[in-house]
Design a protein around this ligand. Structure first.
Ligand code: FAD
Ligand code: NDP
Length: 498
């Protein structure tokens, strides 16, 4: 096929939230120009039901749609369903798998990230990223009696809550669960809620076994049967049945402060003559699953060995900078992302980046940090388009307000979770104070204070405090005189600061 060379236009690479939002915004800014969205996936991701919850907090659903839906909504967007195989930045040109080349006047790279696996190329180690990998995980889960989840971030938190009918060994590096989102206090609150919620279960024939390595007693209770598919993430596991073959509800065992040392396939393991643990090893309780042999064995750094059917590596992501960007001299951040400045420009002329692929390298607001999340992908995609438009007319624009304050709203263990600013005192050193309010099973409120100013907050449950705290963090009001009254549940704090 003869190569087709289209002439300089705006080109966006990637049909995820960042790329689609960027293309939409460019289409609005340049109604008379063609905007090219080049994506390797057959569907695009669209933001729907967008709701601005407060100044910075936003909520929305993420929907997979055929690209024609986007083209119908924006007649000047043309979607090309083909992977980019090469970028020649000096020629302002990208080459796609379908044999075409496209010249850009400005390019925005939104190719996302991929799972950073503990072990590449091992068929028993799965990562979850897109619909295909999530479905593959579901397929394997239907036959699995025991799996191991490695990692302590968003995916692991969601999975341990959702999976039923299959033993889960959860291996984490830290002392407490959910280190990317919570401190030990919040983790404790969530863990105890998980257990007590299970004990209020209506369905008697299902059982939950929840153990933490080092804990004296097994915590066992009954589980709610109807919570499968409840939305912990906006859409990814909603349509999946995360059910193993067994009849029990949850069976989770947490191995703390350990990492994976070795992974052995069945035959390799026999040769080592090492002994795996059976699980759970409680004398007075029945063993949920006991098998002579397992397809794969995991040796942890604490010396314990578990056999399992497969391993989920929920160990973060790596920005997608290879292989199609190879040969271009991009500056990369420490996490391997494309460095972008405050105008979302990479180090190469006329190339911008947004979403999971990029590393924010501007001087951030004292209460903002980058996290690879849908919200930030949307905000960056939108803002990158604004910057591209401004640069086209020879201007630059002020940083968008959404980068003033880190704000994330999500759900874990069926709780609403709001994270604001330096919610884990990130980068504040020891020079900060924490204030806590906790009602077991109901809410957990933590604020991070520095020099009398609020720097961050974690709000779990229906606290209704997000808007007030967002304002207090943004306006950096001196709150020293309020002391502990700040979290007094008998004071209506909203009225206080009106
Ligand atoms: C299981 C899971 C659950 C999550 N849950 C949440 C959550 O609850 N809340 C939250 O805020 N965030 C969540 N996230 C994170 C969130 O999904 C990402 O931060 C966000 O989707 C990143 O968007 P993106 O557009 O930058 O990248 P992506 O969505 O990864 O999109 C990248 C796009 O680039 C395309 N592409 C890649 N390479 C090429 C190429 N060479 N040529 C052409 N196209 C290419 C891909 O096909 C894709 O369309 C979750 C992530 C995962 C994996
Ligand atoms: N509701 C939400 O907001 C959700 C958000 N997400 C997002 O999706 C993306 C992918 O999620 P996920 O994979 O959970 O990534 P996260 O970045 O959330 O968490 C990765 C976890 O893996 C740990 N880890 C990293 N390397 C290793 C290793 N070699 N051995 C053991 N543990 C390791 C990290 O620990 P350490 O930090 O100490 O390195 C961290 O606890 C993230 O950007 C996440 O924010 C996903 C699901 C839900």
């Amino acid at each position: 096929m003869a190569a087709v060379r289209s002439e300089g236009t705006f080109v966006v690479v990637g049909g995820g939230i960042a790329g689609v939002t960027c293309a939409e915004q460019l289409a609005v800014n340049f109604p008379a120009e063609d905007i090219l969205l080049v994506t390797a996936s057959p569907v695009i991701k669209a933001v729907t039901n967008f709701k601005q919850v407060s100044k910075v907090l936003e909520e929305f659903d993420v929907e997979e749609q055929p690209s024609t839906v986007l083209e119908n909504r924006f007649p000047n967007i043309k979607v090309i369903e083909s992977g980019v195989k090469q970028l020649k930045s000096e020629e302002h040109c990208i080459f796609t798998e379908d044999g075409h080349q496209h010249v850009y006047k400005k390019l925005c790279l939104c190719a996302g990230a991929k799972p950073k696996l503990i072990c590449e190329g091992n068929p028993y180690v799965l990562g979850i990223r897109d619909t295909d990998s999530a479905q593959e995980f579901q397929r394997q889960l239907t036959k699995a009696k025991r799996i191991m989840i490695v990692g302590n971030g968003g995916i692991a938190l969601e999975l341990v809550y959702e999976i039923e009918g299959c033993e889960v060994i959860w291996a984490i590096k830290d002392k407490a669960i959910g280190n990317t989102f919570f401190d030990a206090g919040a983790a404790e609150f969530l863990t105890s809620k998980l257990m007590s919620e299970k004990s209020e279960a209506k369905i008697a024939h299902r059982r939950t076994i929840y153990t933490i390595e080092g804990a004296k007693d097994e915590n066992r209770s009954k589980a709610k049967a109807d919570n499968v598919g409840s939305a912990l993430g906006p859409d990814w596991h909603g349509g999946l049945n995360l059910k193993g073959p067994e009849e029990f509800s949850h069976s989770i065992h947490i191995e703390t402060r350990c990492e994976v040392k070795n992974i052995y396939l069945q035959e390799e393991f026999k040769i080592t003559k090492k002994k795996p643990l059976t699980f759970p090893k409680h004398q007075d309780k029945p063993v949920t699953v006991d098998k002579e042999t397992w397809p794969v064995y995991v040796e942890l750094s604490n010396g314990k060995i578990y056999g399992c059917d497969f391993i989920v590596s929920a160990t973060g992501v790596t920005p997608n900078v290879h292989p199609f960007l190879h040969g271009n001299n991009f500056d990369l951040g420490e996490d391997g992302g494309l460095k972008v400045d405050e105008q979302m420009r990479t180090s190469l002329p006329d190339i911008y980046a947004a979403g999971d692929i990029c590393t924010a390298c501007w001087q951030p607001s004292p209460v903002w940090q980058q996290m690879r999340l849908w919200t930030q992908a949307r905000q960056m995609g939108w803002y990158a388009a604004k910057c591209m438009a401004a640069a086209t007319s020879g201007h630059s624009i002020d940083m968008d307000f959404s980068f003033e304050l880190f704000a994330h709203v999500t759900k874990f263990f069926n709780y609403k979770v709001v994270l604001l600013g330096k919610y884990n005192a990130q980068g504040l050193g020891s020079d900060h104070e924490l204030m806590l309010r906790c009602t077991r099973g109901q809410e957990y409120v933590k604020v991070v204070m520095q020099n009398g100013r609020m720097m961050g907050a974690v709000l779990i449950g229906e606290t209704d405090l997000e808007e007030t705290f967002e304002n207090l963090i943004l306006n950096q009001m001196d709150l020293s005189s309020y002391g502990e009254n700040l979290l007094d549940p008998n004071i209506d704090i909203e009225d206080y600061f009106d």
